[in-house]
Design a protein. Structure first.
Length: 474
C-alpha cells in the first residue's frame, strides 16, 4: 500500500523521482488530460456540490497511478500549509515546486516547471490567448488558512457541513494565495495543485477518523452516493462517491496513524451463523460473501449487542448498498436486498461508539424461482415494483436475431437501467438513467443473438415505486 507523505519529509531522491515522473507524464501528453478534465468540468458539479471531495479523490488517485506506471516508487506527497506557510519553505525550492512569478503574477523563473526549461509549456488554458508560462502571485491575494481554521472545519458535522467549510474557507483560500495559474479553471497546470488537493483529501480522511459514526458522504440535490462521476461515467464500473469514500480500500494511506486494513472473514451463504464479538470501542468487523447469480439475500445478526450493519458491493468494499440498525430481533440488524451477481462486503460495528459485546451473523439466499423473470421481445409490458430501499430487479430476454433492441421503462418511478450479456449476467453492455419518457430509462442497442439481462433499480438509493419494462425489436 502506498504511503502519501508530508512533502517536507521527502528525501532528495524521493523529490527527484516525483518531479521526474511528473515531467515524463507531461511529455507524453497524459498530464494535460488531467488539466483538460478539470477545466472542462469546473462548473459542471465538481465544485460547490457534494461531489467536490469524492471527485478530487478519484482525480488524484488516477494521476498517482499514472505516475506509478512511470516510477512505482512514487506516491503523491501532500503540502500542509498550516506548517509550511512561507515562500522560503522547501516546498517552493528550486528542487521541487520552484518559486514565485517574476514579478509577482508573472512567469515562474526557477525550478523544474519554469518555462525556460523547455519542459513545461501550458498547452491547455482557460483562454487560448492566455500565457503559455506557469505563473504565480504567491501571497498577494489572501493569507493561508491557520491550524485553528482547519480544526474548526474538522469539527463540523455532518458531512454536508464539513465539505462546504473545507472547500470554501480552506481549499479556495489556498488557491487564491498561490494565485496565477492556480487561480484558473486550468489550475492543475501548476503541479502544486495536486499537493494542495492531496492535503484536502488527507483532511477528509482525518475527518472520517474523528467522526466514525458519521456517514463519510452525503448526497445533495444533484448527486448521491451512487452517482457515476464524470468524465468516467461510461466505464464498465464507473467511480461513484460510495466507491471512493474509503481511501484505504483505494490502496493508499497517509502514514502510520492511518487505520490499517482489518482482516476480512469469508462467509458461506446458507452456513450456520458465524460467532464473533466487538472486543473494543470503535471496532469494525468485516465479512465477505459471493452472490453467484442475481438473487434476494437476508443478512442478519443475533445476540444481545446493539449492532449496526452496512452492506457494500458488488465487487467493492467502499460502494455502499444499504445500512440497518434495528430491523432484526431486539437490537439486531437485518437487511433483505435483491443483489446482482458479485462479491459483497459486510461491515459490523456497535451502535454505541463505546459499545462492545458478542453477536452472530448469517447470510442466506431466499427461496425464489430458479432464474430471473423473462421479458418477451415485442410482447406485453412486464409490471414490476421496487419495494425496498436499494432493491434491484433482474429480468432476461432472448435476442433471437441480430437487430436493434429498445429496452425501456414506463411509469412515474425514476428508474436506472443496466444491460448485461449476451449469456453472462456480469458482462456489462450499457446503462441509462433518463433517456426514456420523463424519469424513465431507455437503452437502444444493436444486439447479436443470445440471452441478455436487464437490472432495474431506483435512481435514489432510498427510492421505491412501481414501473413497467418492455423490449422491442426493430
Amino acid at each position: 500500500m502506498g504511503m502519501r507523505k508530508n512533502q517536507s519529509t521527502l528525501t532528495a531522491d524521493e523529490k527527484s523521482r516525483f518531479i521526474n515522473a511528473v515531467l515524463q507524464l507531461k511529455a507524453n501528453g497524459i498530464y494535460d488530460r488531467y488539466v483538460q478534465h478539470h477545466r472542462d468540468l469546473f462548473n459542471s458539479g465538481i465544485h460547490n456540490t457534494a461531489l467536490f471531495l469524492p471527485w478530487h479523490r478519484e482525480f488524484l488517485r488516477r494521476l498517482e497511478l499514472d505516475l506509478q506506471a512511470i516510477d512505482p516508487s512514487v506516491n503523491l506527497p501532500y503540502w500542509d500549509w498550516t506548517i509550511d506557510r512561507a515562500l522560503t519553505s522547501s516546498f517552493w525550492g528550486n528542487d521541487f515546486m520552484g518559486g514565485n512569478g517574476v514579478p509577482s503574477g508573472g512567469a515562474v523563473q526557477t525550478g523544474p516547471f519554469a518555462f525556460s526549461t523547455g519542459r513545461w509549456t501550458l498547452t491547455i488554458r482557460d483562454n487560448p490567448a492566455a500565457r503559455v508560462e506557469l505563473t504565480r502571485a504567491i501571497g498577494s491575494g489572501s493569507s493561508l488558512p491557520t491550524t485553528n481554521a482547519v480544526l474548526r472545519a474538522l469539527s463540523r458535522v455532518p458531512f454536508s457541513s464539513f465539505t462546504v467549510e473545507l472547500e470554501n474557507l480552506i481549499h479556495n483560500i489556498v488557491h487564491v494565495w498561490i494565485g496565477g495559474s492556480a487561480g484558473t479553471r486550468s489550475s492543475p497546470n501548476d503541479p502544486a495543485f495536486f499537493l494542495l488537493h492531496c492535503n484536502v483529501d488527507r483532511l477528509w480522511a482525518e475527518w472520517q477518523k474523528l467522526h466514525p459514526t458519521e456517514s463519510p458522504f452525503q448526497g445533495d440535490g444533484q448527486f448521491n452516493v451512487n452517482s457515476p462521476m464524470p468524465p468516467w461515467e461510461n466505464e464498465i464500473t464507473p467511480p461513484t462517491p460510495g466507491r471512493v469514500s474509503d481511501h484505504i480500500a483505494m490502496g493508499y494511506n497517509y502514514g502510520p496513524d492511518d487505520p490499517v486494513p482489518v482482516p476480512i472473514v469469508d462467509l458461506t451463504v446458507g452456513a450456520p451463523s458465524h460467532q464473533a464479538n466487538i472486543g473494543q470501542a470503535g471496532e469494525f468487523d468485516w465479512y465477505r460473501f459471493v452472490s453467484p447469480l442475481a438473487s434476494t439475500y437476508t443478512l442478519e445478526t443475533q445476540g444481545p449487542s446493539d449492532i449496526w450493519m452496512s452492506l457494500y458491493g458488488p465487487n467493492s468494499q467502499s460502494a455502499l448498498v444499504t445500512e440497518d440498525d434495528d430491523s432484526g430481533e431486539g437490537s439486531n440488524s437485518r437487511i433483505v436486498s435483491n443483489l446482482s451477481a458479485g462479491t459483497y462486503f459486510i461491515r459490523i460495528r456497535h451502535y454505541q461508539a463505546a459499545g462492545t459485546g458478542n453477536y452472530s451473523l448469517s447470510v442466506n439466499r431466499n427461496a425464489q424461482p430458479p432464474g430471473p423473470a423473462e421479458i418477451v421481445v415485442n410482447g406485453p409490458e412486464v409490471q414490476g415494483s421496487i419495494a425496498a430501499t436499494n432493491e434491484s430487479d433482474v429480468y432476461l430476454f432472448n435476442a433471437s436475431q441480430t437487430a436493434t433492441y429498445t429496452i425501456v421503462t414506463s411509469g412515474n418511478t425514476d428508474t436506472f437501467l443496466t444491460l448485461n450479456g449476451p449469456d453472462n449476467q456480469n458482462a456489462f453492455i450499457s446503462q441509462d438513467d433518463d433517456s426514456g419518457p420523463g424519469s424513465n430509462s431507455q437503452i437502444i442497442r444493436v444486439l447479436t443473438p443470445g440471452i441478455y439481462y436487464v437490472r432495474i433499480r431506483h435512481y435514489s438509493p432510498t427510492g421505491t415505486g412501481n414501473y413497467g419494462i418492455s423490449v422491442r425489436r426493430t
